[in-house]
Design a protein around this ligand. Structure first.
Ligand code: ADP
Ligand code: DP6
Ligand code: CO
Length: 396
């Protein structure tokens, strides 16, 4: 390693969030973050709903430090330490001939990192910021993502992210700590590292539909994420996220699920009897692009997860009245059509993730949301349209 303290090496990564359609809720090992059941999620558009993390390393840094959304946070927690330790232990030689810098494997133990991370969506509000955050710290190589257009609008104190689903491939490398330290691991192996930061993070290492296999090994080596279907598999789907509240939730996912494991009998039943069967059916539905089964399973699983929260002592309320109104509304619509048009799912927060079967349904959904949750009179709707405006046009 060159001994000058003047150099700084930096790497930046951008990682999307993911939303579970079969939820992870409960750990069998708190330290290694091993879940009580498998889960399946969909990875969202990385260009709009994502975490951007820059990691810098320099012999001039005296300690590891991190800033989240511009505010310094402590890195003393076990999760950050686990991720840093796991990545450092796998770090390889890095050489920048132009600048005359060579870092050898053994040097990484002595070098400190500075990490700056920014979420472009609400943090700790049930939109899986911990998933995007820790996956980003971990790393991403090549993604296959849902994406295309992106719209935010404000309605009745809510705003919505509208993601037209479209598969696309990012060919560039996206790098952060693992890239900076030149790790050779594949995405599934990296997912096992991201898992130790936040369980849901392991699923953000892939695009599209992703399964987190709970694994059997008590050291966690087989608890990792795999991509379920190939790119372009189900690109008719459109995801709309209605942000009911961007406020930080009162009970973090980590402590909420800990309390559920300790007190909810329904959680035990769900993990052992319900989820294993649901996972099989959900994989089938995704493989066959069977929207009716997909929607039925997604909604049922979201409702059961929130039932577990209610079955927890003391009960945890993540949804609010607006969330409930959205559920009733979608249920009525699906019932009147005779088959599901829209699936809903709510993570540990009040915000709705709505999955429409195609673009026409999404436009209709948007129109109806605007009707039931009218825009504030002083809101200029179009000024919030950031992406492909045509879907808003379709909505009338
Ligand atoms: P969410 O529903 O947003 O995932 P959680 O309660 O699961 O909420 O996690 C929120 C916590 O995740 C934050 O308090 C913070 O500790 C961590 N987190 C969020 N964003 C990041 C990030 N970009 N990098 C690292 N950690 C993050
Ligand atoms: C409701 O992954 O945030 O979003 O592992 O303790 O960090 P920790 O929890 P986290 O929990 C996510 C819970 C969920 C469901 C899911 O994403 O599967
Ligand atoms: Co989380």
């Amino acid at each position: 390693m060159v001994d000058s303290k003047k150099w700084v090496l930096m790497a930046t990564a951008q990682t999307p969030t993911n939303i579970a359609v079969i939820k992870y809720w409960g750990k069998r090992d708190e330290t290694l973050i091993l879940p009580v059941n498998d889960s399946i999620s969909v990875t969202l558009d990385p260009s709009h709903l994502c975490t951007t993390t820059t990691v810098a390393v320099s012999p001039g840094f005296e300690q590891d430090r991190m800033w989240l959304n511009g505010k310094e946070i402590s890195l003393s927690g076990g999760r950050f330490q686990s991720c840093l330790r796991e990545i450092r232990s796998r770090a390889c030689d890095v050489e920048d001939k132009e600048k005359g810098i060579k870092i050898e494997e053994k040097d990484w133990e002595k070098l400190h990192v500075h990490i700056a991370s920014y979420n472009n969506f609400p943090t700790a509000a049930g939109l899986a910021s911990s998933a995007a955050g820790f996956a980003c710290l971990g790393n991403v190589q090549v993604y296959l993502f849902f994406s295309l257009s992106f719209i935010i609008f404000v309605f009745w104190g809510c705003y919505a992210y509208i993601l037209k689903v479209h598969w696309w491939k990012i060919d560039d490398d996206f790098f952060s700590l693992a890239k900076l330290m030149n790790l050779k691991e594949n995405p599934s192996q990296l997912s096992a590292i991201a898992r130790q930061g936040s369980g849901s993070a392991c699923r953000s290492l892939f695009g599209g539909f992703v399964k987190w296999i709970m694994g059997k090994d008590e050291n966690g080596s087989d608890s990792l994420a795999v991509q379920l279907v190939e790119e372009e598999h189900w690109n008719e789907l459109v995801i709309i996220i209605a942000v009911v509240s961007a406020r930080q939730k009162e009970t973090s996912s980590t402590s909420g699920m800990r309390e559920s494991v300790e007190t909810s009998l329904l959680l035990q039943h769900r993990a052992k009897e319900i989820v294993p069967k649901r996972i099989v059916k959900m994989e089938e539905a995704i493989k066959n692009r069977d929207f009716s089964s997909f929607a039925q399973l997604t909604c049922a699983d979201s409702n059961q997860f929130h039932a577990v929260c209610l079955d927890t002592s003391p009960p945890i309320f993540y949804m609010n009245d607006t969330s409930h109104r959205i559920i009733s509304y979608v249920e009525k619509w699906n019932c009147s059509e005779g088959s599901p048009q829209v699936a809903y799912t709510f993570d540990a927060g009040p915000n709705a993730v709505l999955i429409a079967r195609d673009r026409q349904v999404a436009a209709q959904l948007l129109r109806r949301l605007l009707f039931f949750f009218p825009p504030n009179s002083d809101t200029d709707l179009n000024s919030y349209v950031l992406g492909d405006k045509s879907i808003l046009h379709d909505a009338g």
